[in-house]
Design a protein around this ligand. Sequence first.
Ligand SMILES: [Zn+2]
Length: 190
Amino acid sequence: MAHLGYAFRTKSMPSAFTHAFFAASLGSVMMPERKGLIALGSLCAVLPDADVIAFSFGIPYAHMLGHRGLSHSLAFAASLAGLLAWIVTRRERDMPVGRVAAYWFLAIASHGLLDALTDGGLGIAFFAPFSTERHFFPWRPIAVSPISVRRFFSERGLVVLANEFATVWVPAIGLSAIGVLWRRRRSERT
Ligand SMILES: [Zn+2]
């Protein structure tokens, strides 16, 4: 468990709440009528950080299968989104498979994109498994969050939450509001 302890000490992501909230706001714009699909999208947006389990197997952070590696890549987002969309739309044939897959892709890919805006840890292997190179955006306004629950609810956790509220939640709420206004205007025209 020493390696897992290392992972817990490593500040390396926006909090799970923030990833889920951002994915939900995307869903509120792209498919507001599908609450179940949005809930699943939020869950999937948190999923890439399950890769911290790699530390307990001795896999280094910088490895393709390490934290912020393959599970944070665009290929992973596309594969999982495609698979889920195929499964769900096979059962419910009235669902537009392209829109469902596009939403889930963006929801899952948003995880790595938000991580690439954080000010700590290693970069994101966006192009794994084709490249192990790690990437950040040039502008990194999001403070990294402690992974452990105990540390998260510490003073540092509160500072991080305040930062995430300003840098992610406010823009996400703005995105949802634009979606609501756009739909309202469209329904007024028809
Ligand atoms: Zn992450």
